[in-house]
Design a protein around this ligand. Structure first.
Ligand code: AMP
Length: 498
């Protein structure tokens, strides 16, 4: 007999909320992790979004925290999320499943005023959901103490690594008593993450679940070869002919996201844009419009769309072939969620051969080609012997052809490159676009209403925070910079913006 929610040890009020939500059976990670969390064990959960992992920690946490009371400025539990959107999603979970409890929650994310957040903290919170930088900012301002925190959840650890947050996570973990319970979730386990696990978890129960289903099984994929200049027409043609209910259209570069969304809107489609340069309010509003069907096409960048739970997307279009093969899996995984089928179309021009080959190697098969009536199918420029046939799948988390891309060779950088901080030892041209002044200086500028505060909207995921290595000076090779980035960014990189 299969396990039910009643078998997991959860209290009646949480069970009532779960039933009302309509969940019938726990997902594998929920079935395995919830009883262990309730026992007070540290948990290492190897699972990605889409597996139900959020409820695997929110449900038992609600039960545990139902016993006891919060004190001012000392949160009883801390949940760290890499992006504001994910943090907001987790907060929604607490609201939903905790509706029969009186737990107080606070969301500490960039883009929300410190004053409002301080007031909440002063009243005492049971659950503090935060992005790492904002949390540290509050600690440094003396508004938050972690000395009484009993439970620490680190979610999406490998994404935190991607975004340069690991030093912050280490600092935060050291501020919380050793006797705490730690729940740690990551989709993959690179070395740096293993090191963190060894350092911060005590005899953890390891719970590993397979990804919901390999995208290759649930999503119908097609590769449409067209001339670069015909990509927009081809996209329009596909949207009109493929029975699209709603779709996410991915571009590699932020500026293309806005341009394509405006073009589609001008052509009569209900389209919106989502990228990391938009302010928080605008992003949330656009996302909500997409969720509630006011707009049916969401043009997005990888970083902006990362981790978002948008359950019903009928189609994904890759307007650009992703430069990093694993982004292909994240992108097409936006459709075919929660047991539904979905379709993903990738537009590829003759220059995209290498990236298509890397994707096919990663997913272990060729993306089925599809001819579009009225369009010339442009063959790939480079020999595209599908590596999958020779080597088979390369497994999750690999397949990256960093720096090999056509755009990258020309000095163009995808949003992901721009927003994902480069490793410390990386070549200078991989330096992030917008290093920020030190924290103290930033707040000073903020108080003065300095130029940067107006001209430099917060980058998604980094919130108000600056990972330490971004503050190191970057040496740039002469002549490369102007190829690589806009003048404004050049000023920021070379520290000439005053
Ligand atoms: P997550 O992996 O936490 O992002 O969850 C992915 C999706 O699965 C969300 O839309 C959840 O609402 C949904 N979900 C989580 N647990 C269950 C469950 N036991 N049964 C059905 N759907 C679930």
């Amino acid at each position: 007999m299969s396990i039910t929610f009643n078998d997991l040890g959860l209290g009646p009020d949480v069970l009532r909320a779960v039933t009302e939500k309509g969940y019938e059976t726990p997902t594998p990670i929920q079935a395995k992790a919830i009883p262990e969390v309730l026992k007070g064990r540290d948990v290492l959960g190897l699972a990605q979004t889409g597996t139900g992992k959020t409820a695997s920690f929110t449900l038992p946490l609600i039960d545990i925290l139902a016993r006891g009371r919060a004190k001012a400025r000392i949160p009883r539990s801390v949940i760290l999320e890499p992006t504001r959107e994910l943090a907001a999603q987790v907060a929604e979970h607490f609201e939903l499943y905790g509706k029969y409890h009186k737990l107080s929650t606070a969301l500490l994310i960039g883009g929300v005023s410190f004053g409002d957040q301080d007031k909440k903290l002063d009243r005492g919170v049971d659950v503090l959901i935060a992005t790492p930088g904002r949390l540290l900012d509050h600690c440094e301002r003396g508004k938050l103490m972690l000395t009484g925190t009993q439970i620490l959840v680190i979610d999406e650890a490998d994404r935190m690594l991607d975004m340069g947050f690991i030093p912050d996570i280490e600092r935060i973990a050291k501020l919380i008593p050793f006797t705490r319970q730690t729940l740690f979730f990551s989709a993959t386990m690179p070395k740096e993450i293993e090191r963190l696990v060894d350092q911060f978890l005590h005899n953890p129960v390891r719970v590993e679940v397979a990804p919901p289903a390999s995208p290759a099984e649930k999503v119908t994929q097609a590769l449409v070869r067209v001339r670069g200049e015909e990509k927009r027409d081809a996209l329009r043609h596909l949207i009109r002919t493929q029975n699209v209910k709603n779709a996410i259209i991915f571009c590699n570069r932020k500026r293309d996201v806005g341009t394509l969304a405006s073009t589609l809107a001008r052509q009569g489609f209900s389209a919106g844009a989502l990228h990391g340069d938009m302010d928080q309010r605008h992003r949330i509003a656009t996302l909500e419009q997409f969720r509630n069907g006011t707009i049916s096409l969401l043009v997005a960048s990888d970083v902006a769309a990362r981790g978002l739970d948008i359950p019903e997307v009928s189609h994904v279009f890759n307007f650009d072939v992703p430069i990093h093969a694993e982004d292909y899996i994240h992108r097409i995984g936006r459709t075919g969620r929660a047991g539904r089928s979905g379709a993903a179309f990738t537009l590829a021009s003759s220059h995209d051969g290498k990236h298509v080959a890397a994707i096919e190697s990663l997913i272990g098969k060729a993306i089925p080609p599809m001819a579009l009536e009225g369009f010339v199918a442009e063959p790939a420029e480079e020999a595209e012997a599908s590596p999958s046939r020779e080597r088979g799948p390369r497994g999750r988390g690999r397949g990256r052809s960093r720096g090999e891309g056509r755009g990258e060779a020309r000095g163009e950088r995808s949003e992901r490159q721009a927003e994902r901080p480069a490793p410390e030892a990386a070549a200078p041209e991989k330096a992030p676009e917008e290093p920020r002044p030190p924290r103290a200086e930033r707040s000073e500028r903020g108080r003065r209403g300095g130029r940067r505060e107006e001209a430099d909207p917060p980058v998604l995921g980094l919130g108000e925070h600056t990972p330490a290595f971004l503050l190191k000076p970057v040496r740039l090779p002469k002549g490369r910079l102007s190829d690589a980035i806009d003048g404004e960014d050049e000023a920021a990189l070379t520290g000439t913006d005053g």
